[in-house]
Ligand binder design. Structure first.
Ligand code: UDP
Length: 456
């Protein structure tokens, strides 16, 4: 008999591709065959980033479809991307599945799609394919999304998602507090983009009604109230399998592997790791302050300076403050993209200066690394509240009256963070909880096994 064949469809962004790729490898380990579908645009980047590494593994096949936008278009404009996806991708996906099912002995029998790609479930229904949804962000964010119709009814937001006033709310008495100003759809791009994203979320809520499985990259002990509020959502995290056996992680940029050999030269708990995920952009003034803050800390640091971190397409070597590169040459290392999951597991790490993307948050927690929070957009403000107010495994940074996080603030908060024994202890406790949840008998492990049984 052939292998059960699933099609995995991530939302087209780095922070969605990596965890679904991880999940796909985990499923492949359990005897599944996976066809992993990226946009043509991202597929080309993933392949280029792999360079000499394996481009495919036996049971996770990487393929792509078009989103209808020209190749040169900016996929970081989420409103434009979402509108394009809704219009052309359903047809392209149906065509791909049709072709595979004509030619492949193992027909696709299940689609596992990012919940934000809820339109794919209509296709699954039309083609008689089973459906499962994947949520790569906090369970609390899903709870917020699913409760958006109630928030409209209560007058907290209008029917376009705009908060009627900025206030602190709780979705249930045991849920963490949320600031309406930080609702995810309200923290992305211009008003037009915000409304497009909100509409997509409302449509997704509808599409989810007929979906039996909703699997979330979190663990129960981390967000019990959110999981209780959306009982259908099951934790299967932390998902960190993408880095095993040299399998492709799904990076959009090539990893600089010298990061690890550089870390090897440093004593335990000495290095500050600084990375802001795939979307964050800094203006030149803030970029300077960050560089000078790291210099002022007097500690060794590994800093991911993405080629487009200051907005332009090229690595911003000329954007560093005068003389900075020479002054920090013996203790600072800048790389374009790091093997982050491995970096965070390295014993030399002291702390992680992070934008609080959900994957970075989970990767930091799973390794017991204290976090210094610097959110940029979308759900990162919610994640920051979790880190600093609920789990208390990190600290936030404050802006000055010009909206800048100053070098002095960076130095001060790094010192506070690194001298806080309570934060380190709680970070270690969460690390153990994370490990338990994916070990035999843990809730995430049980949910994963139940899913595997269902699909078989
Ligand atoms: N990442 C990486 N190398 C880097 C920076 C980030 O491998 O230098 C990975 C990181 O491990 C995480 C993902 O990129 O899995 C970023 O996802 P996250 O949700 O943290 O942020 P986003 O990019 O969505 O803002």
């Amino acid at each position: 008999m052939g292998k059960p064949h699933m099609l995995a469809l991530p939302f087209p962004a780095q922070g969605h591709v990596i965890p679904l790729m991880s999940f796909s490898h985990q499923l492949a380990d359990h005897g599944f065959k996976i066809t992993f579908v990226n946009l043509d645009f991202h597929h080309a980047r993933v392949m280029a980033a792999l360079r000499d590494s394996p481009t495919d593994c036996e049971f996770v096949r990487l393929v792509s479809i078009s989103d209808g936008l020209p190749m040169g278009e900016d996929r970081n404009e989420l409103g434009k991307l979402s509108r394009a996806m809704f219009s052309v991708m359903p047809g392209n996906l149906a065509e791909l599945i049709g072709k595979i099912n004509e030619s492949d002995d193992d027909k696709i029998t299940c689609i596992i799609a990012d919940e934000s790609m809820g339109w794919a479930f209509d296709i699954a229904d039309k083609m008689g394919i089973r459906k499962a949804a994947f949520w790569p962000a906090a369970a609390a964010l899903n709870a917020l999304k699913s409760h958006s119709p109630m928030l409209i009814e209560a007058g907290t937001i209008d029917d376009k998602g705009v908060p009627t006033k900025y206030e602190i709310i709780k979705l249930s008495p045991t849920m963490p507090e949320m600031n309406t100003a930080h609702f995810v759809w309200h923290c992305v791009g211009d008003l037009d983009t915000q409304q497009t994203i909100f509409q997509c979320m409302i449509q997704t809520n509808q599409a989810m009604k007929g979906v039996e499985w909703l699997l979330c990259n979190s663990f129960y002990e981390l967000e019990p109230s959110s999981f209780d509020l959306v009982p259908k959502m099951l934790p299967i995290g932390p998902l960190l399998a993408g880095n095993r056996h040299g399998q492709p992680v799904g990076n959009f940029w090539p990893e600089d592997s010298t990061s690890l050999s550089w870390l090897d030269k440093h004593p335990p708990h000495s290095v500050i790791y600084v990375a802001f995920g795939s979307f964050t952009v800094f203006d030149h003034r803030q970029f300077h302050e960050l560089a000078l803050g790291l210099e002022l800390s007097g500690r060794p640091f590994l800093w991911v300076v993405r080629p487009d971190l200051t907005g332009g397409p090229n690595r911003p070597t000329d954007a560093y403050p005068d003389g900075f590169l020479e002054r920090v040459a013996d203790r600072g290392r800048m790389v374009g993209w790091s093997p982050q999951q491995k970096v965070l597991a390295h014993t030399s790490l002291a702390c992680f200066v992070t934008h609080c993307g959900w994957n970075s948050t989970m990767e930091g927690l799973t390794n017991g690394v204290p976090l210094l929070c610097w959110p940029y957009f979308a759900d990162q403000f919610l994640n920051r509240s979790y880190i600093s107010d609920v789990w208390k495994v990190g600290l936030g940074l404050n802006q000055d009256s010009d909206g800048i996080i100053s070098k002095e603030e960076i130095k001060k908060k790094l010192e506070e963070l690194l001298s806080d024994g309570g934060i380190r202890t709680r970070a270690s406790e969460l690390k153990e909880m994370a490990k338990k949840s994916v070990s035999e008998g843990g809730a995430s492990s049980r949910n994963f096994n139940d899913f595997v049984e269902w699909i078989k």
